[in-house]
Design a protein around this ligand. Structure first.
Ligand SMILES: Cc1cc2nc3c(=O)[nH]c(=O)nc-3n(C[C@H](O)[C@H](O)[C@H](O)COP(=O)(O)O)c2cc1C
Length: 208
């Protein structure tokens, strides 16, 4: 670690006193939270949040999440090839956080934290009934990277509460999505502005 003239601290990956993971966790923010429901081979339900989560492909629709280390979610999705991802909505904060505890594999977190699940449309793992929207997914592929495993999931169905839709557009007001920040910090549903993207260079005022 060295301080530059501009008082910028430099963390060089590989230096013994540099820990990149907590730095990345605090810098790559806010991260959306996938509340992932899976079933074990024996049919035991599992529910856990994962914030290393994003859209990986637009067409076909593919999302990805990362398991840091080996967890029940990863084992289940490998074994059964299916998962649902429910939106971690603000009213569900305590339940989302509670479901992240290291429960034994034979414990269904949903029952423990008091979350009602309901049947999905196209896959066996249920979705969170009180979440305004869920993705139903099948396993696309898995990439092993160091201590982590990236899981790509084909999205086979998307369910959104009617009340959360303005036409075909899921509204932020209804979704109230929380996000993961650094250490133990959570982001609450953000302030939203609508701003059209410039379609041509000449639509952008030249300022330099
Ligand atoms: C908001 C939040 C986000 C998390 N994101 C991840 C993640 O992206 N990857 C991961 O491996 N663990 C993540 N965790 C930790 C897991 O939820 C935790 O290890 C959990 O016990 C895994 O459950 P499982 O063994 O039932 O899959 C997160 C925890 C919280 C509270």
């Amino acid at each position: 670690m060295t301080a530059t003239a501009a008082s910028r601290r430099v963390f060089v990956v590989g230096d013994p006193d540099v820990k990149p993971y907590p730095l990345l966790n605090s810098l790559v923010v806010p991260r959306p939270i996938a509340w992932i429901s899976t079933l074990s081979e024996d049919g035991v339900g599992n529910l856990a949040p994962h914030s290393f989560f994003t859209v990986a492909c637009a067409r076909p629709p593919i999302v990805q999440f990362t398991s840091v280390g080996s967890k029940d979610t990863l084992r289940n999705v490998r074994a059964t090839g299916e998962a649902t991802i429910s939106i971690a909505s603000r009213p569900l904060l305590d339940q989302v956080n509670g479901s992240s505890a290291p429960f034994d594999a034979d414990v269904d977190e949903a029952g423990w934290v008091g979350v009602t699940m309901e049947p999905s449309e196209r896959v066996a793992p249920p979705r969170v009934a009180s979440s305004p929207a869920s993705l139903e997914c099948t396993l696309h592929s898995i990439v092993e990277l160091g201590d982590s495993t990236v899981v790509f999931l084909d999205v086979v169905a998307i369910t959104v509460e009617e009340a959360a839709l303005d036409g075909d557009h899921p509204t932020m007001a209804a979704l109230q999505p929380m996000s993961r920040l650094g250490i133990n910090e959570w982001g609450l549903p953000p302030e939203v502005i609508a701003l059209d993207r410039p379609r041509r260079a000449e639509d952008v005022p030249r300022r330099g």
